[in-house]
Design a protein around this ligand. Structure first.
Ligand SMILES: Nc1ncnc2c1ncn2[C@@H]1O[C@H](COP(=O)(O)OP(=O)(O)O)[C@@H](O)[C@H]1O
Ligand SMILES: [Mg+2]
Length: 235
């Protein structure tokens, strides 16, 4: 598939009658690409991610996801299966009593058999350094641990695209380091919202910036359209 995974054309959005959050927002995420989405507080970064998965609907413009225009609720069922959003607030993502139940929820919902789901849960937790967390009580975890479990619930769905909304907030240095390593090693295309420059420079290869409801592009490594892939560990 060579169409963009996510494509916004002149998208407009406002929450109320005041100034729109997105005035004329145009960008795309190509297959295999990793984009950092930057912008000041309240500039509309979270709003963009929520528009991608259909939690919000634009008031104008066009949104194409996975090669198809999407506007109605039914259009977004496939989108939510194939595009995983890690919410800015982990409490919006986690709702089961234990870690294993939260991580198993998505795959079970997709109809995968229990033995396979157990394996997915164990592998996903291991990959995030959360081996042995299966029976931990979710609401008693630290902020950083919750954030990694939230990422685990999304990775367990084996999505084609990851949307990460400030994934390092609440993480200590060691956890940020582990997360950067994990993300750099994943095959998925992604959009990463982050204020932590060291983190997004390491995990993504191109940055776009949201300002006054519009996207301004900038490249991480200057020169051409060649768009080099940074190897994991660079940056
Ligand atoms: N549910 C909502 N109702 C009204 N205004 C909102 C709502 N959610 C966000 N906003 C406002 O929309 C703007 C963009 O919010 P958001 O997308 O969360 O920004 P960012 O993620 O870049 O910090 C902010 O001014 C915010 O206060
Ligand atoms: Mg936000």
């Amino acid at each position: 598939m060579n169409e963009p995974l996510v494509r916004f054309d002149n998208v407009r959005f406002s929450y109320g009658p005041d100034r729109p959050v997105l005035a004329d927002c145009t960008f795309c995420l190509e297959p295999g690409r990793r984009l950092a989405l930057l912008g000041g507080d309240g500039s509309g970064k979270t709003t963009i991610l929520h528009l991608v998965v259909g939690l919000l609907r634009p008031s104008g413009g066009r949104i194409e996801i996975l090669g198809k225009p999407r506007s109605h609720e039914a259009d977004f069922h496939e989108v939510r299966r194939r595009i995983g959003l890690v919410f800015q607030d982990s409490d919006d993502q986690l709702f089961c009593p234990t870690v294993a139940e939260d991580v198993a929820f998505g795959p079970l919902n997709l109809g995968k058999p229990r033995p396979q789901v157990r394996q997915i849960v164990a592998q996903t937790l291991d990959s995030l350094g959360l081996g042995g967390y299966e029976h931990r009580v979710t609401y008693r975890l630290s902020g950083g641990e919750k954030r990694l479990v939230a990422l685990a619930t999304v990775l367990a769905m084996q999505p084609d695209v990851l949307l990460l909304d400030e994934p390092t907030s609440g993480l200590d240095e060691q956890a940020v380091e582990r997360l950067a390593q994990v993300l750099a090693g994943l095959p998925q295309a992604m959009i990463v919202v982050s204020h932590q420059r060291q983190f997004w420079e390491r995990v993504t290869e191109e940055a776009i910036c949201l300002r006054e409801g519009r996207i301004e592009s900038k490249r991480l490594s200057g020169e051409s359209d060649a768009r080099p892939h940074l190897p994991p560990g660079e940056g």
